[in-house]
Write a protein that binds this ligand. Structure first.
Ligand SMILES: Nc1nc2c(c(=O)[nH]1)N[C@H]1C(S)=C(S)[C@@H](COP(=O)(O)O)O[C@H]1N2
Ligand SMILES: [Mo]
Length: 328
């Protein structure tokens, strides 16, 4: 998702160093490391992974035994499931950079321990470890479509639980109008967070009506396994009727509030990425059409659907809000 905030020294994605060049560089460095002069140089200086990084990347997921979970057939889709290889190697996760191939880098993120804070306008703030949270929640699998604002789309089997279950656990006060989600901060590993012109942390939000709509889903797994880090482990939102950027990854906090948040992308470019961001083929992005979408894997172009095909579930949430920019 390119923005007009791009600085002069920042390369457009197509001009960025292709991964093969990085690989070659790494091979060269490894060869050099075998030489006597560099033998004692610390791994970090050589651009190699440290033992700690390798251990984090290979750590087994403590929830692996929970999957697969039973599929809820209520949420059927009208297209083929995207190949796992595609959905797990073509990602948007700006914490790790603005390219699509961040999956290797994301593996260095430590995701245990992982504490989720549920606070703001609630009866009592809750801090809960992710494994305890997952154990409390009713896990199921759902096939959902995902439509990125950049006009690519996929269809994947998420595992997780209805956001409604988390809201019920949170016991929000009656005055709460929104749920704000915040993603993790870890500048050491998430090199995108060193780019100070981004308003970290990644912030997203839903109205209470949206968050308690049956479609709002908190994903902990995908393809019958725990979520890979590049897809937002250990906890990410899946709000399939909205553009993908609404579905925050790597969530560490839910805050109930009576004030509409200014989200990460809104802060960067409010004209292009709004609070509502409901999918609508008839409302173009200021710089491109939203009429069709490219299907990940096949490259096929298909017509985009209003609310990404989920109007029957959510259209009524927006009655009376027609004066808002519901589709940006
Ligand atoms: N924290 C965080 N969440 C994020 C993003 C991000 O950059 N950071 N990108 C969003 C965008 S633009 C999209 S399209 C989806 C992509 O999810 P996927 O990589 O699992 O397909 O994640 C969303 N969630
Ligand atoms: Mo996106």
């Amino acid at each position: 998702m390119l923005t007009r905030m791009r600085r002069g020294w920042e390369l457009p994605e197509a001009a960025a160093t292709p991964e093969s060049v990085f690989r070659d560089r790494r091979r060269l460095l490894k060869a050099a490391a075998a030489g006597p002069v560099l033998l004692a140089a610390p791994a970090a200086l050589l651009g190699c992974d440290s033992e700690e990084e390798i251990a984090i990347a290979n750590a087994p997921d403590p929830t692996a035994h929970l999957y697969p979970v039973p599929r809820n057939e209520r949420y059927a889709i009208d297209r083929a499931i995207t190949a796992e290889e595609e959905a797990t190697t073509y990602n948007n996760y700006y914490e790790f950079g603005s390219a699509k191939n961040i999956h290797k880098r994301a593996r260095k993120l430590p995701i245990r321990p992982w504490t989720v804070t549920i606070g703001g306008m609630v009866e009592k703030e809750i801090q809960i470890g992710i494994d305890e949270l997952i154990a409390k929640m009713p896990l199921e699998e759902r096939l959902y479509r995902l439509r990125c604002v950049e006009a690519w789309a996929m269809a994947v089997p998420w595992s997780g639980f209805p956001m409604r279950a988390l809201v019920d656990m949170a016991r929000p006060l009656s005055g709460a109008k929104y749920v704000v989600m915040a993603s993790f901060q870890n500048m050491k590993v998430a090199i995108g967070q060193r780019e100070a012109w981004y308003p970290w942390p990644y912030i997203e939000g839903l109205t209470m009506a949206e968050a308690t709509n049956e479609l709002a889903f908190l994903a902990t797994g995908i393809y019958g396994k725990p979520l890979p880090k590049q897809n937002g482990a250990p906890l990410r939102l899946a709000a399939p009727w909205k553009y993908g950027f609404k579905s925050a990854k790597g969530i560490v906090a839910f805050e109930f509030t009576d004030m509409r948040p200014i989200t990460f992308w809104q802060r960067l470019q409010a004209q292009e990425y709004g609070f509502w961001a409901n999918v609508n083929p008839a409302v173009p992005h200021p710089r491109w059409s939203q009429a069709t979408e490219r299907v990940l894997g096949t490259g096929e172009r298909v017509p985009t659907q209003i609310f990404n095909g989920y109007g029957a579930f959510v259209a009524e949430l927006y009655r009376g809000l027609e004066s808002e920019r519901l589709f940006v």
